[in-house]
Ligand binder design. Structure first.
Ligand SMILES: Nc1nc2c(ncn2[C@@H]2O[C@H](COP(=O)(O)OP(=O)(O)OP(=O)(O)O)[C@@H](O)[C@H]2O)c(=O)[nH]1
Length: 202
C-alpha cells in the first residue's frame, strides 16, 4: 500500500459490460483478461502516472459499476472528476442510450468535467462489420454538439486505448497551463487540485 498524489480524477461511466474495467486493465496493466465476465461491484480505483512532455501527471481512475443497481453510487464517484470516459459498446445500441444518460448527468451536475465518448470492442466490428450497432458519424455529431472527444477502442487488441488516456492527460496538462497563464504570479503548485488516495498496486 503506497500513498500517491493524484493530479486528475478520471471516472469511467457506462452501461454494465460495455468494457470499462477491460479498458483500465489494458491501459494500466497492458493485458486483456479472458474468462467469465465479472461485474464490478461499487467501484475500483487505480492510479497511473504518465509523462506529458517534461511533466508527470498522475491519473486517478475510478472504474464504476455499470449495473443500474449501483447508479446512485456511481454519482458519488463522478463528483469532482476532471474527466469522464463515458463508454458504450459498439455492438449494443442500448449502451449508447445509456451513455447519453451519463452525459446529461455530467452536464447537469459536473459542468467542469471534460467528457470523452468511448466506443468499445472495436475488434468485434473489425472482424464482422455487420456487428456494428452504433454509427460512427452519429456519435461524432453528438460529440461535437456536446464538445466532447470521441474514440473507438479495443481492449482486446489495445487499439486506441493509450491514445484515449494520453488525450485525457494532455488536455488536463493544457488546462493547467492555461490556469497558470490566467493566474500569473501565483504559485500553481499550491493552487492546483490535488487528491490524495491510498493506492493498491496489483
Ligand atoms: N471482444 C472484446 N470484448 C471485450 C472488450 N472489452 C471488454 N470485453 C468483454 O466484455 C465483457 C465485459 O467487460 P468489462 O470490462 O468487465 O465490462 P464493465 O463495463 O467493466 O462491466 P461492469 O463492471 O458490469 O460495469 C467481458 O467479457 C470482456 O471480456 C473488447 O475490447 N473486445
Amino acid at each position: 500500500m503506497t500513498a500517491m498524489r493524484v493530479d486528475v480524477k478520471v471516472v469511467m461511466l457506462g452501461k454494465e459490460s460495455v468494457g470499462k474495467t477491460s479498458l483500465v486493465e489494458r491501459y494500466v496493466h497492458h493485458r486483456f483478461l479472458v474468462g467469465p465476465y465479472q461485474n464490478t461491484i461499487g467501484a475500483a480505483f487505480v492510479a497511473k502516472a504518465i509523462n506529458i512532455g517534461e511533466k508527470m501527471i498522475t491519473l486517478g481512475i475510478w472504474d464504476t459499476a455499470g449495473s443500474e443497481r449501483y447508479e446512485a453510487m456511481s454519482r458519488i464517484y463522478y463528483r469532482g472528476a476532471r474527466a469522464a470516459i463515458v463508454c458504450y459498446d459498439l455492438t449494443d445500441s442500448s449502451s449508447f442510450l445509456r451513455a447519453k444518460f451519463w452525459v446529461k448527468e455530467l452536464q447537469t451536475f459536473e459542468e467542469h468535467c471534460k467528457i470523452y465518448l468511448c466506443g468499445t470492442k472495436n475488434d468485434l466490428i473489425e472482424a464482422d462489420r455487420s456487428m456494428r450497432q452504433v454509427d460512427y458519424h452519429d456519435v461524432q455529431d453528438f460529440a461535437e454538439e456536446i464538445g466532447a472527444h470521441h474514440f473507438e477502442t479495443s481492449s482486446k487488441t489495445g487499439n486506441n486505448v493509450d491514445e484515449l488516456f494520453i488525450k485525457v492527460a494532455l488536455d488536463f496538462s493544457n488546462s493547467a497551463l492555461e490556469l497558470m497563464r490566467d493566474e500569473k504570479g501565483v504559485d500553481l503548485g499550491h493552487k492546483k487540485d490535488s487528491y490524495f488516495y491510498a493506492c493498491c498496486h496489483h
